[in-house]
Ligand binder design. Structure first.
Ligand code: SF4
Length: 95
């Protein structure tokens, strides 16, 4: 696997580390991006939460799930970057 210069800090006991948090963009889920709460008793409210939010239904995400989310975020980011590079090669796309 290619080395990455990206770094993510995952805080504890807020939505960012809760197993019910579904971020829109996992790499920016701390402050910059919003996500949804999938807790069975809250999901009907269609809550929009950030990684820094929290509630008393917090339940810690497993290390395995956290690592899987981060790797998926890196993969999605790399794919977006490759697509952007390809798009930038097409002269006129930015007119
Ligand atoms: S609102 Fe509560 S249950 Fe939902 S993701 Fe945040 S801490 Fe977890």
């Amino acid at each position: 696997m290619e080395k990455s210069n990206k770094h993510i800090t995952w805080q504890g006991e807020n939505c960012l580390l809760c197993k019910y948090f579904i971020p829109n963009d996992v790499l920016n889920a701390d402050l910059l991006e919003r996500g949804k709460c999938a807790h069975p008793s809250l999901v009907r409210f269609n809550l929009v939460v950030s990684g820094r939010d929290w509630c008393n239904l917090f339940s810690e995400m497993s290390d395995g799930r956290r690592e899987k989310l981060i790797q998926e975020g890196y993969k999605k980011d790399d794919e977006q970057q490759k697509k952007l590079i390809e798009e930038s090669k097409k002269i006129g796309n930015f007119d």
